[in-house]
Design a protein around this ligand. Sequence first.
Ligand SMILES: *[C@@H]1O[C@H](CO)[C@@H](O)[C@H](O)[C@H]1NC(C)=O
Ligand SMILES: *[C@@H]1O[C@H](CO)[C@@H](O)[C@H](O)[C@H]1NC(C)=O
Ligand SMILES: *[C@@H]1O[C@H](CO)[C@@H](O)[C@H](O)[C@H]1NC(C)=O
Length: 266
Amino acid sequence: MIPLALFLGGSVIAIPVVTGIAEGVQEQKKQNEEAANETRMIKFNIYVHCEDEHELADDIDEGIIVLRHNKVWVVPRDIEARKPIPPKQGLTPELHAFAGFFIQYPDDERCPVERGLVSTISDDPPVLNWIYVNNDTYALAYGNRTASITHMVGAWDWTDDERYIMLDGFEGFIAVDEGIDPSTEWGKEGLRWAVYFDNDDDGLKKKKGKRRAFEIGLERVCQSAEEQLKQLEDADKKMQVKTRGGLSTQFTAPGAEARMKKKEAA
Ligand SMILES: *[C@@H]1O[C@H](CO)[C@@H](O)[C@H](O)[C@H]1NC(C)=O
Ligand SMILES: *[C@@H]1O[C@H](CO)[C@@H](O)[C@H](O)[C@H]1NC(C)=O
Ligand SMILES: *[C@@H]1O[C@H](CO)[C@@H](O)[C@H](O)[C@H]1NC(C)=O
């Protein structure tokens, strides 16, 4: 068992990377290396590009990905501050920008193993969730292992230049207009463009109905060393956590399950 210390927003999460006994040593070694790959674990934000000529595409182009109401959204970005611009003032909690990295999804049933994608969904407390694609709607969503396991959780990847995000080797991401419907939680907050994955490679023909949709590119933008350091320092002031998974759970983190506060650990 190789406990992997993941230092995340102040939480040290020990991930024992173990594979089934039946699996070959070479395969296990490869998986452990992949899971331990530090390049894959560099935290990044996601910027959005949209080349569509339609005027509404201006809402999306140069945007940034945020996570809210269990869905994944595009909102405009403050270019200087590198932060989301909330569609409405005074949102509580504030919009949380995707800030995540790649890591192996813990599921014995998935063979070969799939590379998952995690993001923080809040900074205080620091909670990580899996990013997945809802099997029925093809909407991107986030949730813990239990919430995500029956859906498409990978394989997430980057393009050869490591600049754009792919799923299943395909950059098929589409922003869909959920309409500004004041009866929905997101409508009230002015969130409009949700991210979907074009799983059937048909421009979401069967899934989007009459809703407007634009193809988008998801750009991986690594956080600067200062940003990462600041997060670590902020988090360090708040908490310092150690968890250790057992063999039976194999892989306890990341995910909401991995969240633990100092007082619980102490
Ligand atoms: C980690 O990932 C990088 C980028 O894909 C790759 O070049 C490198 O070989 C990987 N390292 C290991 C140990 O797998
Ligand atoms: C996982 O998420 C589901 C909702 O999607 C929730 O009901 C459950 O309590 C969560 N599990 C943990 C361990 O947080
Ligand atoms: C979700 O889709 C995957 C393949 O894309 C399939 O293996 C799995 O059984 C599906 N799960 C559900 C709950 O439909």
